[in-house]
Design a protein around this ligand. Structure first.
Ligand code: ADP
Ligand code: MG
Length: 245
């Protein structure tokens, strides 16, 4: 049975694709698939939630898209790049087209907000004058222009996640991957992060968000892909959080 989302995309051309997975399986242990024959097509500019129980394979999917892991079998195309065949030396350049945010922020604790974001630009050898323009600009987008000198431990969880988001966005990625970005946040801060992700998406970035936040998923009316035991069990346009039985 095809979902409405799958039917709608069936007619789309490859050029519209941000992410394609075809028959992807990943077994960390032989015979125990964490992902089991997953096929998925996400167009450029889409906003997609990935939901599902703990252990259903969501983070594995994100790691495969980042080329942190290789699949056991199957094909993965991200931004037109065949990530399975990608040469090791080409991985850094490939990753520049992706922004990533995690549940635990992963900021540099001994650097201030400005430096945490500037660091991402230094890695890609952005000229200093560009950094001095881009960092304040993205910090104001996430509402942290006034806190650029603060260290991570002086910030709330919500503020730390906004720094992480600014760092993920400063190099203008085509795709933003967020693995439970609101997992450590209270409802108000969770909404602020999700609203920012929606804004980023409205500006053209493809956004993929793994989350357990059923209230937000139900309210935002985006495409929702539900995973269970390594399989996509539903994929709905303007979907909701499917209750476990
Ligand atoms: P989710 O993010 O949905 O909670 P994961 O993708 O982290 O799920 O995990 C999917 C399955 O793969 C789980 O059964 C988990 O125990 C297993 N798994 C994840 N990472 C590893 C690993 N590095 N080594 C072995 N098994 C793993
Ligand atoms: Mg996970």
């Amino acid at each position: 049975m095809k979902s409405t989302a799958a039917r709608r995309r069936a007619g789309s051309t490859a050029g519209d694709a941000a992410i394609v997975m075809e028959h992807v399986s990943k077994a960390y242990t032989v015979g125990v698939p964490a992902l089991n024959d997953v096929s998925l097509h996400i167009n450029k500019g889409e906003f997609v939630f990935i939901v599902g129980d703990s252990g259903s394979g969501k983070s594995t999917m994100i790691k495969l898209l980042l080329r942190e892991l290789l699949p056991t079998s199957g094909k993965i195309i991200v931004n037109g790049t065949d990530v399975v065949r990608l040469k090791r030396r080409k991985i850094p350049k490939f990753r520049r087209s992706l922004g990533v945010v995690f549940q635990d922020f992963r900021l540099l604790k001994d650097r201030n907000v400005y430096e945490n974001v500037a660091f991402a630009q230094r890695i890609i050898q952005m000229p200093g004058r560009e950094i001095r323009r881009n960092v304040p600009s993205i910090l104001s987008t996430v509402g942290l222009a006034g806190k650029y000198k603060a260290r991570p431990k002086q910030l709330s969880g919500g503020e730390q996640q906004r720094v992480a988001l600014a760092r993920a966005l400063v190099n203008k990625p085509q795709i933003l991957l967020a693995d439970e970005p609101t997992g450590n946040l209270d409802p108000k801060n969770s909404w602020e992060i999700m609203n920012l992700l929606e804004k980023v998406n409205n500006d053209g970035t493809t956004v993929l968000v793994v989350t357990h936040n059923r209230e937000i998923v139900n309210a935002m009316q985006k495409r929702v892909i539900t995973m269970k035991k390594g399989i996509i069990v539903s994929d709905e346009e303007k979907g909701g959080y499917i209750d476990e039985d």
